[in-house]
Design a binder for this molecule. Sequence first.
Ligand code: CUA
Length: 324
Amino acid sequence: MLFREAYALGLPSQGTDVAVIWDHLYLFLLWLSVFFFILVVGGMLYFAVKYKKSSGAKPKYIVDNHALELFWTIVPTILLLVIFGWGWSVYKKMVHAPTNAMEIRVIGKQWLWNFQYDDGRVLTNEVYVPQNVPVKFVMSSEDVIHGFFIPNFRVKSDVVPGMFTTIWFEAKQAGEHQVFCTEYCGASHSLMLAKVKVLEADKWEAFKRGKPVQVTGAKPEASLTQLSLPEQGAKLVAAKGCNACHNATGDAGGIGPTYKGLFGHDVELADGSTVKADENYIRESIMTPTAKIVKGYNPVMPPFQGIVNETEMNAIIAYIKSLQ
Ligand code: CUA
């Protein structure tokens, strides 16, 4: 144990399997650098002392040594390829969420974090997740660029206005894990903290059964939070007039395309290309509808910049997602 701590130099606790493989790679790089630092600097000092000549001495002409040159070319090349392959495999595990991951939406704003659950609950600066279940955070920002970092899980991503970014993790350790904002976002950046609270299966079941949690600092009206996220979305598209042109029935004859069967599918555009209808596509189609025109429809939709906030955006996307 003591050896591990000395070797790992006090890295945060390993809350996920990704943290374990991430640490292996990080510590390999670190100790490899230490090894070569000692080899190079030690060798330099040793030779400087050993071959010191008085001033005026004529240096000997040294011809090249092919064996040595091949050695110091091939060995570092192999090392770099190993590091690349290793890093690639850790990175893939880090960024590719399992398809069955539970989704929670995260909204960053100066200077707090809101967490939106599918059942409509919104929590501020704390998020409850089940232990040993893959969880995916779909994140956006209400104002400036923030950074979402859970050191214990070794996952981190910028949270950027106008787009969605994601992280995922499968928490192994029940209990609290600290979240930091890692992009300077204004006066109270250092206070933009949150806690990930990992619950064992029985506690998670109790949390799921729990009543809607009090909304603090969040936008949605109190009445809306009693509804599930897709239900909130259904109300919002009606309230914002979307249903004048779009429908949920799958009928393609409207002024705009139907919501039904859209999410996760390929959409054919007027310019002949296709695009996958994911969170970012739907956001763009709401905020700047003329960016991608769906084949067979006219560019008549007005932009909804400033009309749909991030909380509402997540609800609308959850609604469209539910209409498969
Ligand atoms: Cu948000 Cu720094």
